[in-house]
Design a protein around this ligand. Structure first.
Ligand code: KIV
Ligand code: ZN
Length: 385
């Protein structure tokens, strides 16, 4: 099994979700939970972006001991200096310098020629390296960049001292086949690539972020960047819990493992959701309210006989206490009888038929029948018989 490093950017790219604004205490609370979750690196913020973020990154750097703490910086000296001021108290400080490499970003946003971009990237990595032993360099918008230009600039920034190279799919534009081929091309073309870690960073605009990250890993990425619950700019980043569980569940197919403690997933997801105010959709994989819920009678019957009939992940694996047999209009007698039994009520066959008929009538008016409803039905049937 090869070890895949997990770079969490919930506190930086995740915090860039529209409407999210975490204060220092909230960022610190999430950072502590990310450390418990076992991420290898956490990007704590972008210190040059505001005084508040500087203070939060500094507090995280001074507190977190077992995980490398990273700060984002544009490829300018002042950002790198500010990042160092925020991180110098950290046990394992690291910097993440980014510069766009796609024609559209270089022409319209940076107003720089490719040669100027190459020179700036290399000189800023050299500058960062004077303070930080670990320097990640990102080719922003890598997936819309010219691959030969990427290969040249990557070789240069590695010579300048970069220790991690990241190829972000900044606008969520790539597909698994293309992104995999990009990683393979870089591995095969850049002569000094084996000196560094190669990282993927996927946005989810086309809903392909998990598939793209897995394709990158299959083609030579040794680090995956993402966020908890997949929060982030626009449609968000790759959801780390989805990626980690997919690799675990299909380890028969993918010989990769992460150091994440999967049973901390639910707690981490709940905390991030509560503090960011970003609710998790009910049907979201792994952490959604319905991820372990079954409503139809056929599924419930199967799960009661053997959970593996309809569950490929055990709830306990990801820190969820149990599955949930949702009682609604598609539910069957088996699940109904079992739930009523939990109240200490045993029905005769005749009582069960009466109670189940009443329950079905109620489901025509109510989407979800609660335990109180069930108890009332059960007591009525018992009193009448
Ligand atoms: O998506 C992106 O390109 C980024 C960079 C800052 C790495 O988040
Ligand atoms: Zn990003």
């Amino acid at each position: 099994m090869s070890q895949i490093k997990i770079f969490d950017t919930t506190l930086r790219d995740g915090e860039q979700s529209p409407g999210v604004n975490l204060n220092k205490q909230e960022k610190l609370e999430i950072a502590r939970q990310l450390e418990r979750f076992g991420v290898d690196r956490m990007e704590a913020g972008f210190p040059a972006s505001s005084k508040g973020d500087f203070e939060a990154v500094k507090a995280i750097a001074d507190t977190i001991k077992n995980t490398s703490v990273i700060a984002l910086a544009r490829a300018v000296k002042s950002d790198i200096d500010i990042a160092w001021d925020a991180l110098k108290g950290a046990e394992k400080p690291a910097i993440h310098v980014f510069l766009a490499t796609s024609p559209i970003h270089m022409t319209y946003k940076l107003k720089k020629t490719p040669e100027e971009v190459m020179e700036t990237a290399a000189s800023m990595v050299t500058y960062a390296k004077q303070r930080f032993s670990e320097v990640e360099w990102s080719a922003e918008d890598a997936t819309r960049s010219d691959w030969n230009f990427l290969a040249q600039i990557i070789e240069k920034v590695i010579d300048a001292g970069a220790t991690v190279i990241n190829l972000p799919d900044t606008v969520g534009y790539t597909t698994p086949k293309e992104y995999g081929e990009l990683f393979r091309f870089i591995r095969e073309t850049v002569p000094n690539i084996d000196q560094v870690s190669l990282s993927c960073h996927c946005h989810n605009d086309l809903g392909l972020a998990v598939a793209n990250s897995i394709a990158a890993v299959e083609n030579g990425a040794t680090q995956v960047e993402g966020t908890i619950n997949g929060i982030g700019e626009r449609a968000g980043n790759v959801s780390l819990e989805e990626l980690a569980v997919a690799l675990k569940i299909r380890s028969d197919f993918y010989p990769y493992e992460t150091g994440l403690k999967l049973n901390e997933i639910k707690r981490t997801s709940d905390l991030v959701s509560k503090l960011t105010g970003m609710y998790v959709q009910a049907n979201k994989a792994i952490v959604g309210r319905n991820a372990f819920a079954h409503e139809s009678g056929i599924h419930q019957d199967g799960v009661l006989k053997n959970a593996e009939t309809y569950e490929i992940i055990t709830p306990e694996m990801v820190g969820v206490s149990s599955n949930n047999l949702f009682l609604g209009k598609h539910s069957g007698r088996h699940a109904f009888k079992d739930r009523v039994k939990e109240f200490g009520i045993d029905f005769t066959e005749d009582e069960l038929k009466q109670a189940f008929d009443q329950f079905k009538k109620l489901t025509d008016h109510k989407k979800e029948v609660t335990d109180d409803d069930l108890y009332t039905i059960a007591m009525e049937v018992k009193t009448d018989s």
